[in-house]
Design a protein around this ligand. Structure first.
Ligand code: FAD
Ligand code: UDP
Length: 380
């Protein structure tokens, strides 16, 4: 073995695949019983519908090299993601666009008038100097729309007041003064034609990659544990950064999700793939209905599979899904980065290993760059 990769999410898979193609023998371990990390999907035995096991995953990117890279392993459908939000018993299109604005204000404004109205409602804060999510959101869409669609949804999702969350979180959502309600602005978008599971399996299908599942890097009863291998060979580690150092600087805070799934005896439950729930009175943040991700597939029409998503702080053995990233976390992160620099044979990567929210395309781009600029140099 030339290289050990810990974690078979898209970061670990990309790194392993690049190393394997360049002739390196790679062992890829994961503590779960499947590869692919959070992007993994599998077919529900009762309905035949492909389920994204860790929440809906939509592939989108404007990075042409990432798009070329992923297309080596799968083709993509022409699916374009659209999301709706239920607020006080009424359904509105997201992200906030002219349709949302006119429906909300019971008006028929054109783009110019709408801009003027929102500007007058948004002048409490300047976008450039906004200190937190609430201020940034109000500076972009004004207080009434913020209070309807963002405030309570965000509070449910993060269980942290929007005044304590970083402004960047909301910058992920575009605001549009036309009727375009595509959720993403990227050049390339789609879902893997024969599913995420098949795509991810193909990435690991190389004679130089040996996959070992159900193997925890910190389990000293298995031979490839941290203590045994830390200085013996180069390691790419994509598990949680604080866990690597036994939480020496305290725990970094994460949000986890609880998924409550149900098969219903109707062909179509909500008419769309993702419905958000903006009201505080509804305890879940959204409902996913997976059949709508693949209208091109000939799924049966008698049953459907839905998942309600609930969000809360991660504790103990909960899966860490989203870095919360408070000021306190950012201080700890700096200390962990220093510790990471003290183990030169270990390359920390991915969402958990760098404590960063990364979309799939970002995880892939970051792994391609780590391979080219750092890990491949070890073998040069
Ligand atoms: P992960 O996929 O988390 O993989 C890390 C792997 O490391 C896991 O398999 C884990 O089991 C393994 N591991 C951890 N610790 C150990 C250990 N001690 N020993 C062995 N193995 C270990 N991105 C998009 O582009 N579009 C989306 O719509 C989207 N939706 C998302 C929805 C949710 C709910 C979440 C959580 C993420 C979403 N993402 C989405 C992000 C996407 O999942 C990530 O970009 C991608 O998973 C990053 O890959 P990764 O390899 O860094 O991490
Ligand atoms: N958001 C919101 N209302 C919505 C959808 C999103 O307030 O109906 C905010 C929320 O703070 C969320 C952020 O926008 O964390 C980013 O939304 P996105 O849908 O990208 O979140 P993800 O799908 O990653 O959970």
């Amino acid at each position: 073995m030339d290289l050990l990769v810990v974690g078979s999410g898209l970061f670990g898979l990309t790194l392993a695949e690049r190393a394997a193609v360049s002739g390196r023998k790679v062992v890829l371990i994961d503590r779960r019983d499947h590869i692919g990390g959070n992007a993994y999907s599998s077919s529900d035995p009762e309905t035949g519908i492909e389920i994204h096991r860790y929440g809906s995953h939509l592939f989108h990117t404007s990075n042409a090299s990432v798009w070329d890279y992923v297309n080596k392993f799968t083709s993509f459908t022409d699916y374009e993601h659209r999301v709706f939000s239920t607020f006080r018993g009424e359904v509105f299109p997201l992200p906030i666009n002219l349709g949302t604005i006119n429906q909300f204000f019971r008006s028929s404004m054109g783009p110019g008038e709408a801009r003027k109205l929102i500007a007058s409602q948004a002048k409490e804060f300047e976008s450039g100097t906004a200190r937190n999510l609430e201020e940034r959101a109000i500076s972009l869409i004004g207080r009434p729309l913020y209070e309807a669609f963002i405030r309570d949804y965000t509070a449910k999702q993060w269980q942290t007041s929007p005044e304590e969350l970083p402004a960047e979180i909301i910058s992920r959502l575009p605001v549009r003064y036309n009727y375009d309600n595509r959720y993403f602005n990227d050049t390339f978008e789609g879902l893997p034609t024969d599913g995420y599971g098949a795509w991810l399996e193909r990435m690991a299908d190389h004679k130089n990659i040996e996959v070992r599942l159900g193997v925890d890097f910190f389990d000293e009863d298995q031979p490839l544990n941290r203590k045994a291998v830390e200085e013996a060979l180069p390691i790419v580690y994509t598990g949680p950064l604080d866990r690597y150092f036994d939480y020496a600087e305290g725990r970094l805070s994460w949000r986890t999700l609880d998924f409550e799934s149900e098969v219903l005896d109707v062909g179509d439950f909500q008419g769309t793939s993702v419905m958000n729930y903006a009201d505080m009175a509804v305890p879940y943040t959204r409902i996913h209905e997976f059949r709508h991700f693949h209208p091109e597939r000939d799924y049966q029409r008698e049953k459907t599979f839905i998942t309600r998503e609930y969000s809360r702080f991660a504790e103990g053995v909960d899966e860490p899904y989203y870095p919360v990233n408070t000021a306190h976390d950012r201080e700890r992160l700096l200390k962990y980065r220093e510790l990471a620099n003290s183990v030169p044979s270990v390359f920390f990567g991915g969402r958990l290993g760098t404590y960063q929210y990364l979309d799939m395309h970002m995880a892939i781009a970051s792994a391609l760059s780590l391979w080219t600029n750092k890990v491949s140099e070890v073998f040069a």
